[in-house]
Design a protein around this ligand. Structure first.
Ligand SMILES: NC(=O)c1ccc[n+]([C@@H]2O[C@H](COP(=O)([O-])OP(=O)(O)OC[C@H]3O[C@@H](n4cnc5c(N)ncnc54)[C@H](O)[C@@H]3O)[C@@H](O)[C@H]2O)c1
Ligand SMILES: [Zn+2]
Length: 362
């Protein structure tokens, strides 16, 4: 097979990124994950657009759906899906195919991780966020009333198939939210990629951005390469993988406090702007870094300031509930400059004074 693998030589499974790729699902999926049965898991918005077509190309397949949205990423959904698979007579020789955004990918991945003590999963991400982030790395799981992603498993996919053509149906706001993680990959690891993305923003965020499939393929492949190399270096988040959390400590707090009226990518954009500003004020980031981050996010059409009705102290308090807070100590992955993160002696995360955070949030 001569397909370009964006994670070649880095991850043990292929990540194919190519416009039109989904037309070949019928040969690609059985080749990477041979099985007697294929269970396509999707949501009710994505199923008629893309997942039913995927299921139709796979032998002895069935398509199971959840309602769209984070509220469905629960143990209750896991119970229902696994019961439906058992009722349909699925056994160990089943492959799960996740077709959807990160919600479907995490949930279906967790189903696959646990069904019959683990069956293969193929990830077919259909949002930009899922293509550049959620589908790569093997983290799966569900939310609980105590917080997001608190019950889960590492279950790397047999393959990831990212077809930018599916983004043509994605709401523009979701596409732009996905760009936050793309910008993040540039900031944390690759200045040249950051510059290339910045130059492409007018096209990507324009009316025809979701149809710029060749450009989107390029952007997705670049982000996948970055995430893959970081994940490969640190599969279970002991060290360098923490740099992927840039923007996420403040971002998660803002996302929760907004009552999820902000999309994850929007909240992370605010988080990156605030954390970069705090890094600069702490003397960790070079001068001008925060401004470059802000300018780029704004050029993408993303927010960079906390919503006026969320107070800085509430955000700081909320960060203490973040699962990345070890023993009450909140740590931040912080940039030194575009393309380089503070290593903090191999810890890759640092505490920040509340006073400094308050200034950056002001
Ligand atoms: N496992 C990881 O490493 C990882 C990393 C980042 C995020 N995540 C998780 O990902 C989730 C967020 O993912 P998301 O942003 O993709 O959200 P999502 O899965 O909720 O999808 C967003 C919306 O877009 C719709 N949609 C998806 N694809 C579409 C398409 N092609 N056309 C039209 N509509 C489409 C969905 O129905 C949904 O309403 C969160 O639960 C987060 O925790 C996981
Ligand atoms: Zn994120």
């Amino acid at each position: 097979m001569t397909r370009e693998d964006a994670a070649r030589g880095v991850l043990p499974y292929p990540v194919w990124v190519e416009p039109g790729l989904l037309a070949d699902v019928g040969s690609l999926v059985p080749a990477v994950a041979p099985a007697h049965r294929y269970v396509v898991i999707s949501d009710t918005a994505v199923a008629p657009l893309h997942a039913n077509a995927v299921a139709a190309m796979l032998p002895r397949s069935l398509c199971l759906e959840v309602l769209p949205g984070e509220s469905q990423k629960t143990r209750e959904s896991w119970v229902r899906l696994t019961d439906e698979m058992l009722a349909a007579g699925c056994g160990r020789d089943t492959t799960v195919v996740a077709v959807g955004g990160g919600v479907v990918g995490d949930l279906a991945g967790f189903v696959a991780a646990t069904f019959m003590r683990g069956v293969p999963v193929v990830q077919i991400p259909t949002t930009l966020l899922a293509m550049v982030d959620a589908s790569v790395g093997g983290k799966t799981g569900v939310d609980t009333p105590h917080g997001k992603n608190l019950v889960g498993a590492f279950h790397p996919p047999a393959a990831v198939l990212a077809d930018p053509l599916v983004l043509a149906t994605l709401p523009r706001r979701e596409l732009i939210a996905g760009l936050a993680e793309v910008v993040k990959h540039g900031v944390i690891a690759d200045a040249a990629y950051f510059d290339a993305v910045r130059a492409a923003l007018p096209l990507l965020t324009g009316d025809e951005g979701h149809n710029a499939t060749a450009l989107l393929a390029h952007v997705v492949a670049g982000s996948v390469a970055t995430k893959a190399s970081i994940v490969a270096a640190d599969e279970r988040e002991g060290g360098v993988r923490k740099i992927l959390n840039f923007g996420h400590t403040i971002g998660h707090a803002v996302e929760t406090l907004s009552g999820y009226s902000l999309l994850h990518g929007e909240a992370v954009a605010i988080g990156m702007a605030v954390e970069a500003e705090a890094a600069e004020r702490a003397g960790i980031a070079e001068r001008g870094t925060a401004q470059t981050v802000r300018d780029t996010l704004q050029a993408a059409g993303l927010p960079v300031r906390r919503p006026a009705d969320i107070a800085p102290d509430d955000i700081i308090d909320a960060t203490r509930g973040d699962k990345k807070a070890r023993a009450g100590r909140v740590e931040y992955a912080l940039p030194v400059r575009i393309g380089a993160m503070a290593s903090a002696g191999g810890r890759w995360s640092l505490p920040l004074d509340d006073a400094l955070l308050r200034e950056a949030l002001a």
